[in-house]
Write a protein that binds this ligand. Structure first.
Ligand code: ATP
Length: 307
């Protein structure tokens, strides 16, 4: 009996192993499938721009996986040179909007245009050249801090890196390091705080000087002095650019030309800060909560609202 049991047991283990491997392979192919989509169209052209472009999302639908749609028909416009901010509960799809504009993923339905050109019809290189991202959590390369600032415009030179660092208020910090701009950062070097990393990303973006800006605010709260300073720097960087600001704190969005309130992948309210307060709806509720001391931008989501 034991003699029979061992091979049977072994076969069972083998079966589960093979099944798991097939599932993993399946997942890998699904992933590759998504990755493969992000390729230049055969007739892709460089993005044509003269000045900051308008950004338009039209009936955009998207899910990371089949059967789980995250954005359910999103439409909005950022007029050239203006700032649109997105707020909403955690998981409502705010950062996903930023990822789609940069074309990390292709959408399932609808269109995204920049200066009237479908982002799937232009070369990825020209699209990404036009957009500067200050992400939630900037990943630094295992290289010098200067290399990290110059990334995106490596030929700009040391003086340009210093000027950008000064404008992003990180120069004094760098200057005080024993190796200055030659200090190694990243996983194997000096670990920077969240605020310092965001400043490096702002310096990088200043140097790149793109006409479109995406700012994905850090989820982890910075101390309030740091937060105010970064917001002020950000506003300066965004001057005259077309900007999409993903906000996790409402204080960031007060001056935006338009605020979108996202819930469960639907835009449920839109307007300026005073308009949304006057509306007395979701945003006004979030604002009241925040004023009473809680950070409502990441509070629990209410029930889904129909499109
Ligand atoms: P937060 O305020 O917490 O940053 P968010 O509103 O920016 O949240 P998103 O990051 O856009 O939310 O995520 C929206 C939904 O998509 C979430 O349910 C999340 O689990 C899912 N999601 C995000 N990234 C992926 C991914 N790479 N693969 C699968 N699902 C994902």
């Amino acid at each position: 009996m034991i003699q029979l049991y061992i091979p049977l047991n072994f076969l069972g283990v083998l079966y589960r192993e093979i099944k798991q491997s097939l599932t993993d392979l399946d997942k890998m192919f699904t992933l590759l499938e998504k990755e493969r989509e992000i390729a230049d169209a055969p007739d892709a052209r460089p993005l044509r721009l003269d000045g900051p472009p308008a950004v338009r999302f039209e009936q955009v639908r998207f899910g990371y996986e089949a059967g789980r749609e995250i954005l359910h028909g999103i439409s909005f416009e950022i007029p050239a040179g203006e700032t649109v901010a997105v707020v909403g509960p955690s998981g409502s799809g705010k950062s996903t909007l930023a990822r789609l504009l940069y074309r990390f993923y292709d959408i399932d339905a609808g269109t995204i245009t920049l200066a009237g050109q479908d982002i799937r019809q232009v070369t990825q290189a020209s699209l990404r050249q036009a957009i500067g991202i200050v992400p939630q959590d900037t990943v630094l390369f295992n290289d010098t801090i200067e290399y990290n600032i110059l990334y995106g415009r490596p030929d700009a030179g040391h003086d340009a890196a210093v000027a950008a660092a000064k404008a992003a208020h990180i120069h004094t910090f760098i200057d005080r390091l024993p190796q200055g701009y030659g200090s190694m950062v990243g996983e194997r070097g000096l670990k920077l705080s969240g605020g310092e990393k965001q400043r490096v990303a702002i310096a990088r973006t200043l140097l790149k000087n793109p006409p479109v800006l995406i700012f994905d605010e850090a989820t982890s709260a910075l101390d309030s002095a740091n937060e105010r300073a970064i917001q002020a720097e950000l506003q300066r960087v965004a001057q005259g650019k077309t900007a999409l600001v993903i906000a996790h704190r409402l204080s960031t969005v007060v001056d935006a030309h338009q605020i979108l309130v996202l819930e469960h992948g639907h835009i449920v309210e839109r307007g300026t800060h005073p308009q949304l307060l006057a509306l007395g709806g979701v945003y006004a509720g979030m604002w009241a909560l925040q004023q009473s001391g809680r950070d409502a931008a990441t509070a629990a989501a209410p029930e889904p609202v129909p499109a």
